[in-house]
Design a protein around this ligand. Structure first.
Ligand code: PXP
Length: 239
């Protein structure tokens, strides 16, 4: 069985675009959980472009499944994580100019710092996942710095332009997952996964968990739009 953790950042993106207090990602937590997802993922970015501090605090209080806080290994955010105590933190690289997380963490080139960050989160009882490219060096480095989980970056697989390239990328994910599991790490995957390409990744036996956001929130617009228009007509007294 593969667990689904839904990344609800983009509910907050819609809210921040207007500077209002809806749609509230806190409400999204209940809907996602009622639909059967096994976890909630949120990314508190340093620029607070979607999820904000208030969301983190309230979601921690209301979540009924598992809370995965994605974050950069930045002091300010580490302090928030330590106060909030989510079930797990996923460390990701973060650049202010990027639209979304672009590449995996470079753990191998930053062993001492990563080891210290993992240790400080462990002191607060938080499990640590590292978001890495599916390459042997990074899987081994993740083990070395004490991570509990690796989240394999599926971006290259999702962006592959041919079936051959997709197979190449899928095999990288498979190999990294097998290696991770053999080293005693839990294995997750995510980024860019969509309805048409998720199955092959979900079928990798070692992958226990998928983090999926944008495609789900994007689809929610269309599977919900008809009802939303109907309800507005009702509110107008026209239905
Ligand atoms: N996993 C990680 C580490 C991410 O940074 C993101 C994007 O926030 C996701 C998964 C979800 O990616 P997407 O929104 O493309 O499904």
């Amino acid at each position: 069985m593969t667990r689904l953790h839904v990344n609800i950042d983009h509910i907050a993106t819609l809210r921040q675009a207007r500077g209002v207090n809806y749609p509230d990602p806190v409400f999204g937590v209940s809907v996602v959980e009622m639909a059967g997802a096994q976890g909630i993922t949120i990314h508190l970015r340093e620029d607070r472009r979607h999820i904000v501090d208030r969301d983190v605090a309230l979601i921690k209080q209301t979540v009924g499944t598992v809370l995965n806080l994605e974050m950069a290994a930045a002091d300010e955010i580490i302090d928030i994580a330590k106060q909030t105590k989510p079930d797990l933190c996923t460390l990701v690289p973060e650049k202010r100019e990027e639209r979304t997380t672009e590449g995996g963490l470079v753990v191998a080139g930053d062993l001492a710092r990563m080891k210290a960050v993992v240790a400080t989160l462990h002191e607060s009882g938080i499990r640590v996942s590292l978001f890495i490219d599916p390459v042997e060096r990074e899987v081994r480095a993740s083990k070395e710095v004490g991570a509990d989980i690796i989240e394999l970056h599926t971006g290259d697989y999702c962006e592959a332009e041919s079936a051959e390239q997709r197979d190449v990328e899928l095999n990288k994910l498979r190999a990294a997952a097998t290696l991770g599991k053999s080293l005693g790490l839990n294995v997750a995957a995510g980024h860019g996964l969509h309805y048409h390409n998720v199955r092959a990744v979900a079928d990798i036996p070692e992958v226990e968990e998928l983090n999926i956001g944008h495609s789900i929130i994007a689809r929610a617009v269309f599977v919900g739009l008809e009802k939303a228009v109907t309800q507005m007509l009702e509110a107008m007294g026209e239905k």
